[in-house]
Each structure stands twice: as structure tokens, then as C-alpha cells.
Design a protein around this ligand. Structure first.
Ligand code: S3P
Length: 181
């Protein structure tokens, strides 16, 4: 039995709102027997508030501070245990340079779940829990602003497909340990 080289044990899914990060990360974790950490869930657990409540009561800068603090904890836990894990980030996490640096410095692999803006709009239009989804024009603008950060990810997969297909593409990446023979 030969195991492929270059496996990564801290894998993060990035992508715009509605790209399916949490769903895909949960499914990948289940298939690999890895831990799944959802950064937004960490934030809501830590504050006892929903994401819209945090934005409404404290504003985006405070949300970003809490997001960074929770990401540091997630990375710290990984460094301590070294157990493999997959993290679903928030849509804006890696556009904060300090978050990107933290992940890079600690060996985090980044996978961008790429999806067309039209599909993302369709997916987000009916969901009301995203404070940064205000209207179509600002949604499109934010997407464009964030593209360079997403494009800096190590890998990208097409996430306009159904979740099972997205998971297949993720698991096919070379960073996952695979039995060759
Ligand atoms: C955000 C995306 C949200 C959440 C917060 C901010 C963003 O996560 O972290 O509302 O800046 O794009 P999802 O991408 O999971 O919706």
C-alpha cells in the first residue's frame, strides 16, 4: 500500500456567500473521518449571537475581530493536536490579510469553491441570514472585490454542481491522502 505524498491536514474551504462551503466541508469530513469546523458556527457559539445580530449590534469591524480571534483558536487547536480537519470559512475570511497570513503560515491548504455570480444570486436571494447580502448591485460589487483573494487559493473546484459532485472534485485533489495500490 503506497500513500501519496504531500497530504495536508488543515484544509479550508473558501468562496463567496452561497458557494456551499459548509455543506461540502461537512460531507468531505464525513467521508474522510476528519473533523469539520465551521468558522461562522464558532463565532455564533462564542458570542451567543447570530451573525446578523453581531453585525447589527456591533458592526462589521467587530465581527471581523471576532472572526480573526476564532480563526486563531481553530489554527491553535490544529497545531496542538495535529489531527486532520476541514474548515468552512466565511465568505469574507480570506479577504482579511491577517487571516490569509495565519492560514498560510500554518500550512493551511485553501480550496476555492468557484461559482458564477448568477448562481450565487439565485441561491442567496431567498435566504435572509446574510447581513452582507443587501441588494444585487452591492452583492456583485463585493464579489468582484473579493475575486483576487479567492483566486489566490491553492486549488479551485466548480461548486455550481450538486454537493456530491463538488465533494468528488475536492477529494480528487492531490492534498488528500489516497491509497494508490
Ligand atoms: C460573510 C459571509 C458569511 C458570514 C458573514 C460575512 C462575508 O458567511 O461570515 O455574514 O463577508 O461574505 P457565508 O459565506 O458562509 O455566508
Amino acid at each position: 500500500m503506497i500513500t501519496e505524498i504531500r497530504p495536508r491536514r488543515l484544509v479550508c474551504l473558501t468562496g463567496f456567500m452561497g458557494s456551499g462551503k459548509s455543506t461540502a466541508a461537512g460531507l468531505v469530513a464525513r467521508q474522510l473521518g476528519w473533523q469539520h469546523i465551521d468558522l461562522d458556527k464558532r463565532i455564533t457559539d462564542a458570542t451567543g449571537l447570530s451573525i446578523p445580530e453581531i453585525f447589527a449590534r456591533m458592526g462589521e469591524p467587530e465581527f471581523r475581530r471576532i472572526e480573526h480571534e476564532q480563526l486563531r483558536r481553530v489554527v491553535g487547536e490544529f497545531l496542538e493536536s495535529q489531527k486532520p480537519r476541514i474548515v468552512s470559512l466565511g465568505g469574507g475570511t480570506i479577504s482579511q490579510p491577517q487571516n490569509l497570513a495565519l492560514l498560510r503560515e500554518n500550512g493551511g491548504a485553501l480550496i476555492w469553491l468557484r461559482c458564477s455570480i448568477e448562481e450565487l444570486l439565485l441561491r442567496c436571494a431567498t435566504v435572509t441570514d446574510r447581513p452582507l447580502f443587501r441588494d444585487e448591485a452591492s452583492f456583485r460589487r463585493l464579489y468582484q472585490e473579493r475575486l483576487p483573494a479567492y483566486e489566490s487559493a491553492d486549488y479551485q473546484v466548480d461548486s455550481s454542481a450538486e454537493p456530491a459532485r463538488v465533494v468528488e472534485q475536492i477529494l480528487a485533489l492531490e492534498i488528500f491522502p489516497r491509497v494508490i495500490a
